[in-house]
Design a protein around this ligand. Structure first.
Ligand code: NAD
Length: 420
């Protein structure tokens, strides 16, 4: 399994990041091995009756990186390119992210290889219900708690709650997070990741001495994370110059009207054709001059081809794994871009997921303002911790963030010891 995972470029990337940080932390060989490899890699086939009467079998995976610090936590992705290596990499990053934020979770990730945009609502519902059923032996509120990711949303989570609860015979809302508020979801969860991205980008602006109301941003991806990041940046006074999604890219030097853009996306399904801006090349958009570049779509978009051409001051990694290690080396050598690494930058989502899990288990619910205040307090503290660690050890922000997360997991493993 280890060799198979290493063949995937996304897992190879997570693995090389881990090796670099494990060297820096001087982890002993035994702890290093125990931290690096996933505890469980679950692969299932999910048969679904399609609307045309045929049956399609979708490959699906759930990777539970570690359970040492608590149940695993992580999203469920529906995308045509999902494969086991990518899912294992995302689970590994979730592990370090939860540890960095001090959340009592291990990292997990799931994915189904499918194209949700080509499927009807009914097909997506049947897929979700059957996937949840296949997962029943492996999940639980103290074992594995899923959440939305690319291609899934609060409705997907609602179907999972219903399927799991029907199996148990009573409502178990704590089995997932990111569910609708009327099904005991948390206030603030939907916007949490994008809100956190914008909040941390504002912290970085402050550190660089740039006023938010003079700053500019470019956002790749206008789904859950990208759209909320753009809206909150806009609220801070940052001018959003360009936004892309799978349909294309739009830009406006005077700043896009994000709320009008959102209406357009709801009406047409994508940013392409938005009248409040000009269409532009999605790849060239990444190289536009701006203060904040926020890749909020998929992994491996900042590569050795474009890293040298970026003209941003802050790279806010809203997506997981958007920067390849080769690009990282170029950015480090340039030394003129402040990187907010993914495991910090998008941690707002799992932090509010933690709040939601706590509320679901206690059946005691918090107001939206309380959620956002607690979120900002935790993110600001994590940001300070990473900056301080980086400055103290003279290492880049990514090594600092991963170093803090990985050493936390290593300490837990050492303290618990090895059974038997
Ligand atoms: P989403 O499915 O809601 O949105 C993804 C967006 O990316 C869509 O707008 C899509 O059109 C766009 N996109 C896809 N391919 C693209 C391409 N080639 N170029 C430009 N845009 C493209 O997904 P999301 O939940 O917003 O997740 C985005 C990223 O954030 C992922 O890396 C995910 O793992 C990460 N993330 C999400 C959460 C969360 O709470 N949803 C939390 C942490 C991290």
């Amino acid at each position: 399994m280890q060799e198979l995972l290493l063949k995937d470029p996304v897992f190879a990337m997570a693995s090389s990041q881990f090796d670099r940080v494990a060297d820096f932390l001087e982890l002993t060989p035994d702890i290093r091995q125990r931290c690096k490899w996933p505890k469980r890699v679950i692969s299932v086939s999910v048969p679904v009756k399609m609307d045309d009467g045929t049956t399609k079998v979708f490959p699906a995976y759930r990777v539970q990186h570690h359970l040492s610090r608590g149940p695993v936590k992580g999203g469920l992705r529906y995308h045509p390119k999902v494969n086991v290596g990518e899912v294992a990499a995302l689970a590994m990053w979730m592990n370090w992210k939860c540890a960095l934020l001090g959340l009592p979770f291990g990292g997990g990730k799931g994915g189904v290889t499918c194209d949700p945009r080509e499927m009807s609502v009914g097909e997506r519902e049947r897929l979700t219900r059957r996937f949840t059923t296949e997962m029943i032996p492996f999940i639980g509120t103290q074992i594995d708690v899923m959440a939305p990711d690319v291609g899934t949303d609060s409705q997907t989570m609602a179907w999972m709650v219903d399927t799991y609860s029907t199996h148990l015979g009573h409502l178990e809302p704590g089995i997932v997070t990111g569910k609708p508020v009327n099904l005991q979801g948390s206030e603030g969860r939907t916007e949490a990741t994008g809100h956190g991205v914008a909040f941390l980008a504002a912290q970085a602006l402050e550190k660089l001495g740039i006023r938010a109301d003079t700053a500019t941003a470019v956002v790749q991806g206008f789904g859950n994370v990208g759209s909320f990041a753009a809206k909150v940046l806009d609220r801070y006074g940052v001018k959003v110059l360009a936004v892309s999604d799978v349909s294309g890219a739009v830009c406006n030097d005077a700043g896009l009207d994000i709320f009008e853009l959102e209406k357009h996306v709801i009406a047409t399904g994508g940013v392409a054709g938005f009248e409040g801006g000009n269409s532009c090349d999605p790849q060239a958009m990444l190289e536009m001059e701006c203060d904040i570049l926020a890749p909020a779509a998929l992994e491996r978009v900042i590569t050795k081809e474009n890293a040298g051409k970026l003209r941003c001051k802050i790279l806010a990694e809203a997506a997981n794994g958007p920067t390849t290690p080769e690009a990282d080396a170029i950015i480090e050598a340039r030394g003129d871009i402040f990187v907010i690494p993914d495991i910090l930058c998008n941690a707002g989502g799992v932090t509010v997921s933690y709040f939601e899990w706590v509320q679901s288990l206690q059946h005691f619910f918090w107001g939206g303002r309380e959620v956002m205040e607690k979120l900002e307090t935790m993110l600001a503290e994590a940001f300070r911790k990473v900056v301080r660690f980086g400055e103290k050890h003279d290492v880049p922000m990514r090594v600092a963030a991963l170093g803090l997360g990985i050493s936390e997991v290593a300490k837990t493993k050492e303290t618990r010891g090895l059974f038997p």
